[in-house]
Design a protein around this ligand. Structure first.
Ligand SMILES: NC(=O)c1ccc[n+]([C@@H]2O[C@H](COP(=O)([O-])OP(=O)(O)OC[C@H]3O[C@@H](n4cnc5c(N)ncnc54)[C@H](O)[C@@H]3O)[C@@H](O)[C@H]2O)c1
Length: 342
């Protein structure tokens, strides 16, 4: 029988629990090392999850030498992602890392280049794609129920009192959260970004130091326009964390509330001012392995390491979602439309 892949996790803070819970359910991977600049955090996680023989340390290269791992899970803070990734790739490990891929486009490109040079996989967690509900929407849209897509709107309004680093962070909504929504928009439509105009602001009464609200208009490929309206500083009538979506095509519209409510209508025939409409079913689909959030992504990554496949969120694709984030930030800073490149 093949031995499970050996994994080292670096960054043993809040989010590492979601990773380690998922790993417990995937027999083909086991933890052999825990790294954190706070050694006690690494030790605590190893003990909590019962990996008593794992190597513990504050220096990734040292733990990689000791543990001889196949893969590295990067759950550090965004500013550390590129250094962790480049170090791990150069040590011969494949890397699956947390979003956002990097804290700048320059760093994201550096990580992509290192993955290419080393021939190792570097993929990024975008757990909101690995969800049976968004797979259902995507499958419906793939069937082209109402011609070419013309317009996609997403709304994200949540009054989130984190009380930690996010309260002090610049571009908190765009950097820390909108990466999920922008990646979802690319996933749903299959379109890539062309340009963006964005306004960012901090609403009156905000408990954040910097801008926690944003509205962005993206020109996407194939003539599609995608709009994002969001706030982490909006009390009451919260949307889902997955956003509320409206997708308009040439002859019809679908909505998804980010939970389990899907609606779709299409023009049946012209009938005066309003066309005669028909209601469409958005059929349930079997999302197979492409669900379960972190678990789905880790499982796919492990399979790709085994078979030489390419994960859906490989760095060379994910950098396009990141480019939407940094394009929006640049546009907000400069007060003008920005071309998006990667
Ligand atoms: N996918 C999601 O839904 C989701 C949700 C929350 C957070 N995240 C992401 O997960 C990552 C971690 O977030 P968190 O909430 O766990 O943060 P956290 O601050 O709780 O934990 C980060 C840990 O990384 C450690 N660390 C920092 N720099 C390091 C370095 N150079 N080497 C080793 N360890 C280092 C810190 O000591 C800390 O223990 C972030 O990128 C965040 O955006 C993703």
């Amino acid at each position: 029988m093949t031995e499970p892949l050996k994994a080292v996790i670096t960054g043993c803070g809040g989010m590492s629990g979601a990773w380690l819970n998922a790993v417990k359910e995937i027999p083909d991977v086991t933890m052999v090392g825990f790294v954190d600049i706070r050694e006690e955090a690494a030790r605590k996680r190893a003990e909590e999850y019962g990996y008593t023989d794992a190597f513990i340390g504050t220096e990734l290269p040292r733990v990689l030498d000791q543990a001889q791992s196949d893969v590295v899970f990067d759950v550090t803070i965004p500013e550390a992602h590129t250094d962790v990734t480049v170090t791990a790739l150069k040590h011969g490990c494949h890397v699956l890392g947390e979003k956002p891929m990097a804290d700048s486009m320059e760093n994201a490109k550096r990580a992509c280049a290192t993955a290419r040079e080393t021939g190792k996989i570097y993929a990024v967690i975008q757990n909101r794609r690995y969800d049976s509900r968004i797979r259902r929407l995507k499958s419906f849209l793939n069937s082209q129920p109402f011609g070419k897509l013309t317009t996609v709107n997403s709304d994200f309004y949540i009054g989130a009192h984190f009380g930690g680093f996010r309260d002090r962070m610049e571009h908190v909504l765009l950097l820390d959260m909108a990466i999920h929504s922008f990646d979802q928009a690319r996933f749903i439509t299959g379109a890539d970004p062309v340009s963006v105009y964005c306004k960012e602001w901090n609403p009156a009464g905000s408990w954040y130091d910097h801008d926690a609200s944003a509205i962005a208009i993206f020109q996407m490929t194939d003539g599609l326009v995608y709009t994002y309206r969001g706030s982490w500083c909006a009390e009451g009538l919260n949307t889902s964390w997955e956003c509320e979506w409206r997708i308009v095509g040439e002859t019809g519209t679908a909505t998804w509330n980010g939970h389990s409510e899907f609606k779709a209508q299409r023009a049946k025939q012209a009938a005066g001012f309003h066309s005669e409409l028909e209601t469409l079913e958005v059929p349930e689909v079997d999302a197979g392995d492409k669900q379960g959030g972190h678990k789905g992504l880790i499982r796919e990554f492990v399979q790709c390491v085994r078979t030489g496949g390419t994960p859906e969120t490989v760095c060379t694709d994910n950098i396009k979602s990141l480019a939407m984030v940094f394009g929006a930030i640049e546009s907000a800073d400069q007060g003008k439309e920005i071309e998006i490149t990667w």
